[in-house]
Structure formats: structure tokens, C-alpha cells
Design a protein around this ligand. Structure first.
Ligand code: AMP
Ligand code: ZN
Length: 492
């Protein structure tokens, strides 16, 4: 029986899905205005472990994640610039280009870390109509009001607003910048106008392009005009950040669903507001279980772009580490505990993992059955609120035990379905590839040596050379795919 800490009740609960064996889970995805750092990926790692544990418990999971490509403002209090539009200005691109660039970069790292892809990956800009429809529902029920810069949610109209967090936390967030026109300091934007009423050179009744128009086109001489904007019943603008998650999660998972995940920083504003909008619109409970990941720290401070203390996955790879070393490092700390990143701890994770993979390679010849005793102990640790450090302790207990090597190997590989450490083929060269017909085929020596060369230059952060080598390999009929345990090849 799986037990999870639920931020809503502030206690550990037995997990009971609404319609077993089906489980619906939504994860707040990245805001794609810059590269994601390894702190961000910690939150997705928790989601991945939860996904794998649910599958191990034989649940039939539908996993949805969003990509925030519009509407997330610099300040969580709905003021300041849109993060994507700001990056676009800085990089001399359009917001559409920025979204594409950083979505691709995100997914590349996501795959390299062996994180399970969601069944639905939903972009906010592809769901503007759903967001408008939800705002209309809220408007019809009297939860909204309009001020000069947008349509707002009136939090005083919802009796249990803020049940996910203490009011102090919410005030803290809302204090960032005060909008004098808001009725209550904690009210938040559902729809923002491109130009606040009465201030801009544009009349919002003018026709403007919608999302289907080619990205990057600008209107006339409107230098300060946003790249992303849509028509709405209230005026031309863009959705607020929170509404996208309510609209998309309910579209794909129903008005009430099982699990919602994200980082702890989302509790006081983003998730509080998701609950408010959704429950105000439907009159039903929005989500049963809220799972939040604690921060990754660097020298005692939150890893964040604004503090300039972030590391990207490519920084780690550049220093000679594989994505799978970071995966092991994540597993060593329980997701509800803060985790301090140091190069020493990454090195220690690498050493530990190498010991594991070397053993598995050494035991290669043996045959054996999965040890029920160790498998059960392992699953019990994970079912206890995803206790990955304890699950790793079971792995090492197995390693030291006196059961037969073949059995150890079989048990470890079974455990690796959840750990995702690539033990099956870790440390081995990809000397065979699957062809499109599913047959195995030896890799030509020339391709193998180009692949080795690419691994070497990547470790030196020479990504230009690495890309050239990838192209060369492509020319020989193979596609290089990076994975947690190193590169693999696919025949084209
Ligand atoms: P964002 O792209 O800013 O919306 O954040 C993506 C995810 O990363 C969210 O779930 C955040 O809560 C989470 N996050 C941001 N910084 C950290 C950190 N230092 N440690 C762990 N999670 C983080
Ligand atoms: Zn969200």
C-alpha cells in the first residue's frame, strides 16, 4: 500500500485513487524562458519516481505535464514583464523562438536524466481557448472583476481560499508588489491585457493575430507590442500563469483527479490559486493528493537564477559526470528534505554507482530469480512516501548479502525499473543496435570510434565538435541518442 505525504492535510496518507486502478497525475512543468537547472530537475525527478512507483504498484497511470510558454510574469504577484517576452528582448528573438529553444533544451536534459515522458505534454499557448472558457465560467459565477490591466479573481468570494498554505505564506508572496486597483491583496490575474486600458496606443477592439499566425510577426510600428497575444471577450491579451494549469489538468484528467506535483515554492501562490480557480468553477474538489519537492540548495541557499548559483546538466557533463550520476545523487535524499549540491557529493554518487554497475557487469554470466524478500523490502521503502534513501540502503544490503550473484543481478535489475540507473547496460559500449525490424546488428568499427570520440569531446564541453561528430555518424546511417548511462545508437 502506497503512502504519500499530502501537503493539503499536512500528513502522510494512504493513497486511494478515485477510480482504481486508474490514476491521474499532473506535474507543473517548466517555464521555458531559459535553461532549466538541476534544482528544477529535482522536482521532475520526484515526479518520475512517483510515476515509476505507481506503475510498480500496478496502477494504470495517465501522466500530464505542462509547458509554461506564456503568462508567467517576473513577479508572482502578476506584475512585471512576462518572463518569455523579457528573454526574447534580451536575446533578440521572438517569444515563440524562445519557447521553442528552451522547450527543446529542457526535453533533451529530461530524456538524458531518464525521466519518464508524460502521456500528455501540454503547452499553455495551445490551450488558450480552454483557459478563456474557464475564465468565462468563473465570470458567470461572479468570481471575477476587471481592472485596468486585466481580469482578476476575487479571493474574498471563496470561503476556503488558501487552504493549502498558511495565510502568512500567501501574504508573503503577494507582498512583492501591490496593485492598488486589486480588491484584495491576494487576488490574482486570470487574463492580462496587452496594453492596460486607456494607456496604450492600441484599442483592444482592433483585430490582432491569434496563436495560429506565424510566430514572430509584429504589428505595424508597435515596437513594445507583445509577441504572444490573443483576442478574448475582455480584450486583447494573454492568460495569467495559474489558469493554464487548471484548464489543462481538468481537460485531460477531469474536474477532480488524484495527484498534483511541483516544487514547494508553488504551494503558497501558484497551487493555492489553481485550487481556488478550479474549485470555484466546478464546485468540486480539485485534487486529492498534493506532492511537493523541497529545494536544492547550494551552500545553504536556494539554487536559483536570480542568485547566480545554478548548475545545468551540461555543466556536470562538462566536468566528466554522466546524467545518471546526478540521478543517483537525487535518490540519496528524500524528496521532502532540502538537498545541498556539492561536487564532492556528486563525486561520491559517481563512485557508488560505479561500484554497482561494475558488480552487475561482473555478474553478467549468472542466471537467477528475483529475490522476493529484497524486492518487497525495496518496494516497502518506496511505498513509504517515496523513501529513496532507504530503497538505496536495501540495494546495498542486497549487494552485501550472501545470495547467489545471478539472483542479486536479477533483483537489482528489477529494482532498477524504479531507480532508472541504467544498470542493464551501464558501463558497456553500445556494440549492438536494434534495427527498424527489431533485429540486433553489430555496429561498424568506424561508427563506434566516432561515437567514442564524441563522448570524449563532450566531456571537454566541446559541443560544436560533438555536434559535428553526431552529423558524421548520421551520415553513416545512425542516430545518436543520449541516455542516463551514456549514448546509444539507433539505425536510421
Ligand atoms: P519554473 O521553471 O521556474 O516554473 O520551475 C520549475 C520547477 O522547478 C518548479 O516545480 C519549481 O518549484 C522547481 N524548482 C525551482 N527551483 C528549485 C530548486 N532550487 N530546487 C528544487 N526545485 C526547484
Ligand atoms: Zn502549474
Amino acid at each position: 500500500m502506497l503512502r504519500l505525504y499530502n501537503s493539503l492535510s499536512r500528513q502522510i496518507e494512504e493513497f486511494q485513487p478515485i477510480q482504481p486502478p486508474h490514476v491521474g497525475m499532473y506535474t507543473c512543468g517548466p517555464t521555458v524562458y531559459q535553461y532549466a537547472h538541476i534544482g528544477n530537475f529535482r522536482a521532475y525527478m520526484t515526479a518520475d519516481i512517483l510515476v515509476r512507483v505507481l506503475k510498480h504498484n500496478n496502477y494504470d497511470l495517465k501522466f500530464v505535464m505542462n509547458i509554461t510558454d506564456v503568462g508567467h510574469l517576473v513577479s508572482d504577484a502578476d506584475s512585471g514583464e512576462d518572463k518569455l517576452e523579457k528573454s526574447a528582448k534580451k536575446e533578440g528573438k521572438t517569444a515563440w523562438d524562445i519557447a521553442e529553444l528552451y522547450t527543446d533544451a529542457f526535453l533533451k536534459d529530461y530524456d538524458a536524466l531518464g525521466l519518464t515522458r508524460p502521456d500528455v505534454l501540454a503547452k499553455a499557448t495551445d490551450h488558450v481557448q480552454e483557459q478563456i472558457d474557464l475564465i468565462k465560467r468563473l465570470e458567470a459565477k461572479g468570481f471575477t472583476y476587471i481592472i485596468s490591466d486585466g481580469v482578476y479573481f476575487d479571493t474574498s468570494k471563496l470561503a476556503d481560499y488558501g487552504k493549502l498554505s498558511t495565510l502568512d505564506q500567501i501574504k508573503e508572496g503577494a507582498r512583492v508588489e501591490i496593485n492598488e486597483e486589486k480588491r484584495n491583496p491576494r487576488d490574482f490575474a486570470l487574463w492580462k491585457f496587452s496594453e492596460p486600458k486607456g494607456t496604450g496606443p492600441f484599442d483592444s477592439a482592433q483585430a490582432v493575430r491569434g496563436s495560429e499566425e506565424p510566430p514572430g510577426s509584429r504589428r505595424g510600428d508597435a515596437v513594445s507590442r507583445r509577441h504572444m497575444e490573443w483576442e478574448s471577450p475582455w480584450g486583447v491579451g494573454f492568460p495569467g500563469w495559474h489558469i493554464e494549469c487548471s484548464a489543462m489538468s481538468m481537460k485531460y484528467l477531469g474536474e477532480t483527479f488524484d495527484i498534483h506535483t511541483g516544487g514547494v515554492d508553488h504551494i503558497s501562490i501558484h497551487h493555492t490559486n489553481e485550487i481556488a480557480q478550479s474549485e470555484a468553477a466546478t464546485g468540486k474538489k480539485f485534487v486529492d493528493y498534493w506532492v511537493h519537492t523541497a529545494f536544492m540548495l547550494v551552500q545553504g541557499q536556494k539554487m536559483s537564477k536570480s542568485l547566480g548559483n545554478t548548475y545545468k546538466l551540461s555543466d556536470l557533463v562538462g566536468n566528466g559526470y554522466l546524467p545518471v550520476h546526478l540521478r543517483y545523487l537525487y535518490l540519496q535524499t528524500h524528496y521532502r528534505q532540502e538537498m545541498n549540491f556539492t561536487w564532492e557529493s556528486l563525486e561520491a554518487a559517481k563512485t557508488a554507482l560505479e561500484r554497482l554497475t561494475n558488480s552487475v557487469a561482473m555478474w553478467d554470466k549468472g542466471e537467477g530469480e528475483v529475490s522476493k524478500k529484497f524486492e518487497e523490502k525495496f518496494l516497502m521503502a518506496l511505498n513509504d512516501d517515496l523513501n529513496t534513501p532507504r530503497a538505496l540502503a536495501v540495494v546495498w544490503e542486497l549487494m552485501k548479502s550472501d545470495i547467489k550473484p545471478g539472483q542479486k543481478r536479477a533483483t537489482l535489475l528489477k529494482m532498477d525499473e524504479v531507480l532508472g540507473l541504467g544498470l542493464q547496460r551501464a558501463g558497456k559500449k553500445p556494440d549492438f543496435v536494434k534495427t527498424t525490424t527489431g533485429k540486433q546488428e553489430a555496429i561498424p568499427e568506424v561508427v563506434q570510434s566516432l561515437l567514442d570520440e564524441r563522448t570524449r569531446v563532450r566531456a571537454q564541453q566541446d559541443f560544436q565538435r560533438s555536434d559535428e561528430l553526431r552529423e558524421q555518424i548520421r551520415g553513416l546511417g545512425y542516430d545518436v541518442q543520449d541516455s542516463p548511462s551514456g549514448p546509444s545508437l539507433k539505425k536510421l
